[in-house]
Design a protein around this ligand. Structure first.
Ligand SMILES: [Zn+2]
Length: 79
């Protein structure tokens, strides 16, 4: 067989078919499913972005509560 056949695999994430070489096999509770690398990477990037955002928010909250505590302290000391 010399003819290269582009085997299409159903992607449960996109609900469409992609070439097999762009797919990764995912083992789930309900069995083996195929998902495209692009959607996996997009999800990973999304997770990383969310985590980075969460860290940023918690840092901001920390800085804010520190500033609030400092304001409270200086307000108490002014008496
Ligand atoms: Zn896909």
């Amino acid at each position: 067989m010399t003819k290269e056949t582009k085997e299409l695999v159903y992607c449960y994430h996109c609900r469409t078919h992609h070439p097999r070489e762009e797919m990764r096999r995912m083992v789930t509770k309900t069995g083996t499913r195929w998902r495209c690398i692009r959607s996996i990477e997009a999800t990973q990037r999304g997770l990383e972005a969310r985590e980075a955002y969460g860290r940023q928010v918690s840092e901001m909250n920390k800085a804010e509560s520190k500033a609030r505590a400092q304001r409270l302290n200086s307000a108490l000391q002014e008496k």
